[in-house]
Write a protein that binds this ligand. Structure first.
Ligand code: PBG
Ligand code: MG
Length: 336
């Protein structure tokens, strides 16, 4: 008996005994990554039959809607449960008041309609925030240099409604305004969208790991070196994440998310253990780019670090992972 419990001592206790063979390692494995854990983010652009590479996100292209529809079919056939859609809005449609965000015929709404028409066994998740539509690159409306909360929340409610109308299954507010989950829930319910789920980006940090995503949706230039520190969380904080998640659950979030992923596994673990709610994590663009870049230099084995990083999210307690690796990981999991 040790302080830790009734463990034996070397030499009769040998932890390596269980690791001798593949079958034995499988037998004692505690966490498993499956295709059901994967949420696949894709970027849509205007036009037809065209894919555009995103240099800082190798292997991820912006797709026109017809190609996004093909990827949706591929997602279903791979068994991926959810596709997350992000628009690369043409810059001439980006304005300070972000009106394009609430246009029922905007890129994301059209993409949702085109995919939902197929009747696939696949959920569609839409991000809610104003940055893909703002000429200043911020997630909310800017007044006197400050991203204003309550006025932004009104826009987010309208944005959620046009997306729900288009057929979006999961509304995912990524903006970090206060009180938006409750207001969006109310707005959805009021218009008869009680069944639409909400996945809240509840603990979202002001991270430098979002760089390649901002290239993908064309917001990095507009942000012009600015940051999102007045609404996204300070990377130094952990108790604050618990308070943010508590508020969003109380306001009606069906699922919560921690973002970024790999540098924030401690937050994933704390959130899961504190609330026991469906808990997701976003392996963000910079994490993906970092693994790809190292692999491209021959410094890491991409497939191995991909599966190891995704398994680490499971071990930390995540119920699912938004990851640009989703289709490749799904193929790998399928072929064993
Ligand atoms: N609010 C928009 C949004 N939604 C998802 C991401 C980042 C995703 C990624 O880096 O992969 C961002 C960027 C940001 O907040 O600046
Ligand atoms: Mg909050």
């Amino acid at each position: 008996m040790t302080a830790m419990g009734p463990f034996g001592d070397y030499p009769h206790t040998r932890p390596r005994r269980n690791r001798q063979t593949d079958w034995s390692r499988r037998m004692v494995r505690e966490n498993r990554l499956t295709v059901d854990d994967l949420i696949w983010p894709i970027f849509v652009q205007p036009g037809k039959s065209q894919r555009t590479a995103i240099p800082s996100l190798p292997g991820v292209d912006r797709l026109t809607i017809d190609l996004a529809v093909e990827e949706a079919q591929r997602a279903e056939s791979l068994g991926i449960p959810v596709l997350a859609l992000f628009p690369a809005t043409p810059s001439e449609l980006k304005t300070p008041d972000c009106e394009e965000a609430v246009n029922p015929e905007n890129l994301v709404c059209e993409a949702v309609r085109a995919i939902k028409k197929l009747g696939l066994n696949l959920g569609i998740l839409c991000d809610v925030a104003l940055d893909p539509y703002s000429s200043h690159g911020q997630d909310g409306l800017v007044r006197d240099g400050y991203v204003v909360n309550d006025e932004t929340v009104e826009m987010l409610c309208r944005q959620s409604l046009v997306q729900a109308q288009a057929g979006c299954d999961i509304i995912a507010p990524s903006d970090m305004m206060d009180g938006r989950i409750g207001e969006i829930r109310k707005a959805l319910d009021h218009k008869g969208y009680q069944h639409v789920q909400i996945m809240s980006y509840a603990a979202k940090y002001a991270s430098a790991f979002y760089g390649p995503f901002r290239d993908a949706v064309g917001s990095s230039g507009n942000l012009g070196g600015g940051d999102k520190k007045t609404y996204q969380m300070d990377p130094a904080n952990t108790d604050e994440a618990i308070r943010e998640v508590a508020l969003d659950i109380q306001e009606g979030a069906d699922m919560v998310m921690v973002k970024p992923g790999m540098p924030y596994l401690d937050i994933v673990r704390r959130v899961k253990e504190t609330f026991h709610q469906p808990t997701y994590v976003y392996q963000v663009s910079g994490e993906y780019a970092m693994l790809h870049a190292a692999a491209g230099n021959g410094w890491l084995d991409l497939n191995k670090v991909m599966l190891e990083s995704l398994t680490a999210f499971k071990r930390a307690g995540a119920d699912g992972i938004l990851t640009y690796f989703a289709p490749v990981a799904a193929e790998m999991l399928k072929s064993g």
